[in-house]
Design a protein around this ligand. Structure first.
Ligand SMILES: Nc1ncnc2c1ncn2[C@@H]1O[C@H](COP(=O)(O)OP(=O)(O)OP(=O)(O)O)[C@@H](O)[C@H]1O
Ligand SMILES: [Mg+2]
Length: 231
């Protein structure tokens, strides 16, 4: 396991320090993260692993500016995000972060075709990339005119990856991308993550799947909300 820590600024897409977060439900506190420090290198796959409940999804949401930590800092493309307004964080998310949720149903818009998703993703990031090449890498270029309901769950996840990655966001985040897939679809997604990084994308993935962590340059392990130090 690699403990993420400081490294050369130019090579780092994202860095967080001192991330601490707890949930409060019905008067009860649940400690999710304690003093977490992680850095994500550009052009690499970084895998976040650890037991169920160790805080992976919570950390992804915080790093992707979807939630604010109770303490700590998150720097993306040199911008400290935790002090930004909700509006600024939304703008930063659109420009810099592609996010793929575990459940295919959460990723795509029912009323947009595959092509329209790619156009929207590129527009959000100010890119003129039409995403067709990426869709080809993912083996979905023959479904360009189809709506999500006309695709299987595994196909939707591959389109969701293309939608999240088009226009080269600073960071592509994906939470257990193979959890709901058969081995064949999972293999395609694993291959796509590796190829995306080989083409210069920066990928941060939470996973229980050894095939996913197996293609990562760096593996960060969370245990009980803390980064496990390498032995
Ligand atoms: N909305 C919430 N309200 C209260 N507690 C929560 C909430 N979301 C997560 N938790 C708690 O925070 C801790 C970390 O949860 P999280 O979902 O981040 O773990 P995880 O590592 O992603 O788990 P899994 O591998 O099962 O997806 C767990 O104890 C969980 O019960
Ligand atoms: Mg999770």
């Amino acid at each position: 396991m690699t403990r993420a820590d400081s490294s050369d600024d130019d090579s780092v897409a994202l860095r967080c320090q001192g991330i601490t977060h707890e949930y409060h439900v019905s008067g009860q506190s649940v400690h999710a993260l304690t003093d977490v420090a992680v850095s994500v290198e550009r052009g690499q796959v970084t895998a976040l692993v650890g037991p169920s409940g160790s805080g992976k999804s919570t950390l992804l949401r915080i790093l992707a500016c979807q939630a604010r930590p109770q303490a700590g800092t998150v720097e993306i493309a040199g911008i400290e995000t935790t002090v930004l307004s909700a509006r600024q964080r939304r703008t930063l998310r659109r420009a810099h972060i592609g996010y793929v949720y575990q459940d295919p149903a959460d990723n795509l818009l029912d009323y947009l075709t595959v092509a329209e998703h790619l156009t929207l993703g590129a527009r959000l990031r100010g890119s003129d990339d039409d995403g067709r090449k990426l869709l080809g890498v993912l083996g979905m270029d023959d479904r360009i005119g189809h709506y999500p309901r006309q695709l299987s769950g595994g196909e939707q996840q591959r389109v969701a990856l293309a939608f999240a990655a088009v226009g080269e966001p600073t960071l592509l985040v994906t939470d257990e991308p193979t959890a709901q897939l058969d081995r064949g679809s999972a293999r395609l997604v694993v291959g796509a993550l590796r190829r995306l990084a080989d083409h210069g994308h920066t990928v941060l993935v939470a996973t229980h799947d050894p095939d996913v962590s197996g293609v990562a340059e760096r593996v960060v392990e969370l245990v009980d909300g803390r980064v496990e130090c390498p032995q």
